[in-house]
Design a protein around this ligand. Structure first.
Ligand SMILES: *[C@@H]1O[C@H](CO)[C@@H](O)[C@H](O)[C@H]1NC(C)=O
Length: 343
C-alpha cells in the first residue's frame, strides 16, 4: 500500500496543471510511489521521462549493461560520449534534470544478482529488456508482495507491454443517463404534458479488475477448444513477441544488428518451433518479422513507453480502468491493440 503524504507548496506549483487534470488525491498517491525501472534502453528512457515528469516519489534505474552505439539512436538520456559506460549511471543525471523533486538513483548491478528482498522496497516494478524466466520470477515476487508489476520491450517495429496489478480497485468517471422532467414553471400546463428529456451526468463509480500472471499469459494452450477460435483474433504481435522473447531466453541476448543474417535464420527456425509447441499453425505469422525486429526504433519506444507511463500513473493513482493485460504495437501494420490473454 502506498503511503500518502501531503503535497508541499512547491509541488503544488510544479504539478498545478496535472493536479487540475487528475486531482489532488491522485497527485498525492503518485508522489508516494517508489518505482523500480529495470532496463534503461530506448523504451526505459521513455518510461523514466513520463513517470518522473508526473512526479513519483523515487525512481531507481537498474541496469548492469553498458551504453552502446545503438543507444545513441534511442536512449535520449545518454550522451554519445557515454559509449562503454554503465547504462543506468549514464541515464541518471538527465532523468534527474527532468524533475528535481523526484529522488532518482542508478543501480549498476545485474538483476540476476538481486535478492528477493530487494524488490520489496518498491510499490511499482517495471521490468524491460528481460528474459521470460526473469520476468516470471519478478512477477511472482510482486504478486506475493502486492507490488504492481509491469513488463515490456521494443524490438524493431514491434513492442509490447503487460501488467499484473493483482486485484486492482479504481475509480472511474462514467456517463449516466438521468431522466429529468423539465419543469415549465408556472405556465399552468398540467403535469402530464411536461416534456421528459434524457440528460447525461458524470458520476464517479468504484470498480475493480483481476489480473493474471505473465507466465499464465505466455503459456496459454492454444490447442484447447476454448482457445482455438481465439488464435485468429489474437494480435499477431503476441506471437511475434513470444518468438522474440524465446530468442532472448535461448541466446542470452537480443537480436543484434551486428549479426543480422545469423539472427534472421535463428528467428525463422525458432518461429516454427515456438508455434508448433503452442499448437499454432506456423503460417499464422509471416517470416517478414525476422528482418524487422532489429534495434529499438524510437517512435515505437515513444508509443509503448507512452502507454506504459500512462498505465503506471493510472494504477498508482487508482484512477480509470487499466489495460488488462497486454498492449501490443505492430509498426509494420501500424496497429496498437489491447488484449486480455491467459485467463
Ligand atoms: C562495461 O564496461 C566496463 C569498463 O569498460 C567493463 O569492466 C564491464 O565488464 C562492462 N560491463 C558489461 C556488462 O559488459
Amino acid at each position: 500500500m502506498v503511503e500518502q503524504t501531503e503535497i508541499t507548496e512547491d509541488e503544488a506549483a510544479l504539478y498545478d496543471r496535472q493536479i487540475r487534470l487528475w486531482g489532488l488525491d491522485a497527485q498525492r498517491r503518485l508522489r508516494a510511489a517508489r518505482v523500480l525501472l529495470i532496463g534503461v534502453r530506448g523504451l526505459g528512457a521513455e518510461v523514466a521521462k513520463n513517470i518522473v515528469l508526473a512526479g513519483v516519489k523515487s525512481l531507481t534505474l537498474l541496469d548492469h549493461t553498458n551504453v552502446t552505439e545503438e543507444d545513441a539512436c534511442s536512449n535520449f538520456l545518454v550522451a554519445r560520449t557515454d559509449v562503454g559506460k554503465n547504462r543506468a549511471e549514464c541515464s541518471r543525471d538527465r532523468t534527474q534534470l527532468l524533475n528535481p523533486m523526484v529522488d532518482v538513483t542508478a543501480d549498476p548491478q545485474d538483476v540476476d544478482n538481486k535478492p528477493d528482498d530487494f524488490y520489496k522496497n518498491f510499490d511499482v516494478i517495471c521490468a524491460l529488456c528481460c528474459k521470460p524466466t526473469q520476468l516470471y520470477k519478478i512477477n511472482t515476487i510482486c504478486s506475493e508482495n502486492k507490488i504492481k508489476f509491469y513488463c515490456g520491450d521494443v524490438m524493431g517495429y514491434y513492442g509490447y507491454m503487460f501488467s499484473d496489478l493483482g486485484f486492482h480497485e479504481y475509480a472511474e468517471e462514467v456517463q449516466r443517463k438521468v431522466t429529468a422532467s423539465t419543469s415549465s414553471q408556472g405556465d399552468g400546463e398540467p403535469a402530464t404534458k411536461k416534456a421528459k428529456t434524457d440528460e447525461m451526468e458524470t458520476v464517479t463509480v468504484k470498480n475493480s479488475a483481476q489480473f493474471t500472471r505473465f507466465k499464465d499469459a505466455m503459456t496459454v494452450d492454444w490447442k484447447s477448444s476454448d482457445n482455438v477460435k481465439k488464435v485468429k483474433r489474437t494480435p499477431s504481435a503476441y506471437f511475434i513477441m513470444k518468438v522474440l522473447l524465446q530468442f532472448m531466453e535461448n541466446e542470452g541476448r537480443r537480436p543484434a544488428v551486428s549479426s543480422v543474417s545469423e539472427d534472421k535464420k535463428l528467428l525463422s527456425t525458432l518461429k516454427s518451433e515456438v508455434l508448433e509447441q503452442i499448437g499454432v499453425n506456423s503460417d499464422l505469422i509471416d517470416d517478414e518479422f525476422t528482418s524487422k525486429c532489429f534495434a529499438e526504433l524510437s517512435p515505437v519506444c515513444a508509443i509503448v513507453g507512452g502507454v506504459l507511463g500512462q498505465e503506471i500513473i493510472k494504477a498508482v493513482s487508482h484512477k480509470d480502468a487499466p489495460h488488462n493485460n497486454f498492449f501490443f504495437y505492430n509498426g509494420v501494420e501500424g496497429s496498437g491493440l489491447v488484449d486480455k490473454i491467459g485467463s
